[in-house]
Design a protein around this ligand. Sequence first.
Ligand code: URP
Ligand code: ZN
Ligand code: ZN
Length: 481
Amino acid sequence: MSLLIKGGTVVTHDQSYRADIYCVDGRIAAIGENLDVPANTEVVDAGGQLVMPGGIDPHTHMQLPFMGTVAKDDFESGTAAGLAGGTTSIIDFVIPAPQQSLLEAYHQWRGWAEKSVADYSFHVAITWWDDSVREEMGELVRSHGVNSFKHFMAYKNAIMATDDILVESFSRCMELGAIPTVHAENGELVFHLQQQLLAQGITGPEAHPMSRPPVVEAEASNRAISIANTLGAPIYLVHVSAKESVDAIRYARDNGQHVYGECLAGHLVLDDSVYRDPDWGRAAAHVMSPPFRPKGHQEALWKGLQGGTLQTTATDHCAFCAEQKAAGRDDFSKIPNGTAGIEERMSVLWEKGVNSGKLTPNEFVAITSTNTAKIFNLFPRKGAIQVGADADLVVWDPQGSKTLSVETQRSRIDFNIFEGMTVKGIPSCTVANGKVAWQQGELRAQAGDGRYYDRPAYPSYYDALGKRNARNAPTAVVRAK
Ligand code: URP
Ligand code: ZN
Ligand code: ZN
């Protein structure tokens, strides 16, 4: 099975140059001009276009059982939407119920994901603690290709990890050479504010951001960073949405801490006015956590990406329909939290980041693919255009444009948070595992074509004398500038 991508400009995180790319059996076999390839090779014409590493979305929730319902996009429809948008790999989350075995949950998610059309891997959430959890973390790292564990500091009475759990789990991550990640919001404060708002009769979606103000995220970000600092652990903050969190990460990095930050395409372009929409359904469709923020925070996130304080972009794709959101008709705290975006992430970032002059095309590659591969120990298998790397590529038409809409999206839900946005810069062809997976609107990949990929552990974060060893931190990522 061979494929030649011909006539394009290769754009990686650090270089742009004219070359063709020859792929054989799922890998990049040669890069150059006038390549000698067999006559039966399939050819993709990339003339006038860019060829970049396929996007990696480090934060998705396909088919997630959450808040009494199950996310509508499963691993098949969700990864298909990803391919349509130029994303060739996801890192999803195994979220064990409290008291559930981590391994049991991991195998449950592996089963659900078998129908993926694009490659996938898993972070595993730590939602409770005892010796069996500590043991199973080791088993997941040693034998199942997991090198990151997630801690929800919010969602009290459900999956929230309290400080004692954070301390135990971060320490265990250091022994195993895994990276702890956090959803940083103070769950006690969110719960308190939710009860207060409901008691005041404020029950609609407008109360959602009121119950989760930026300070609630800032407190948790600072706490997680401080716990990691005390232990000497690296830490990755998912869906950073508040200026205060960006400042906390920048301060910690300036002081030599290994802290990494992710932001979402949605948080970069939307603000909290969406919750004041007089249409209940439209406002509820935007309920996700952390919420969209007041104007001003978006600029802080862009600056965070530009300056290298934030390294990755994701979607937190967790898609619920109107009928599911209606569970919170009389109580905003019961609206299933989550929005979609895997199909739109790359184009939104190109339109608002590259076309506006905030990011170079190389920086775009860094924040949509390469930095995630580096932080989660996948580079250069993924996130790179090199001989031997996985042939996961996107042929990008910088002149092509489209208007994002629920009418044309692949996602199964009935809403698009980017509705009506015209983007210039879209994929014309997505290559996954060396094959044309999606081209000009046609999905060619099939259920089951996606493969699970292992993410090897880092060397233990401790050296032989039991002291913290910074050399074993995740690979230094590319600063956006
Ligand atoms: O609202 C969100 N983000 N839903 C998915 C779960 C999470 O917090 O990431
Ligand atoms: Zn979260
Ligand atoms: Zn999430």
